[in-house]
Design a protein around this ligand. Structure first.
Ligand SMILES: [Zn+2]
Length: 115
């Protein structure tokens, strides 16, 4: 696996509604909670099995937040992903590090041609 897609530190600010990830390569990503929820990769949120594994779409971070979100827990899943437990009880989304890194709003601004 690619070392650059490994998170060393993850933090959530419910006041600012952001999720911050520090990556092993020194990059830092800041996501809106609403965007992260929109990006939930589970079957239910992806709209069925056919849509699972679809490429990350950073455009979701340009949408206005639908509501305030709470994250109650984050748990590493193996060493390739993390599971997010949302305040509304939703917890079936397993976010791969690679997927999260592809979503990074900053990364996508800097290199729009990537991928
Ligand atoms: Zn979901």
């Amino acid at each position: 696996m690619n070392k650059e897609f490994y998170a060393t530190e993850i933090s959530v600010s419910h006041d600012e509604q952001t999720l911050t990830i520090n990556w092993a390569d020194g990059h830092r990503s800041v996501y809106s909670l609403d965007g992260i929820r929109r990006a939930c990769p589970c079957v239910e949120c992806a709209g069925g099995h056919d849509n699972m594994g679809r490429p990350a779409d950073p455009a979701i971070f340009n949408e206005s937040p639908r509501q305030k979100w709470t994250i109650t827990q984050m748990q590493e899943s193996g060493n390739y992903a993390m599971q997010i437990f949302w305040g509304d009880g939703h917890d079936s989304g397993i976010y791969r590090w690679e997927y999260l890194r592809q979503l990074c709003p900053i990364e996508n601004k800097q290199s729009p041609a990537a991928g």
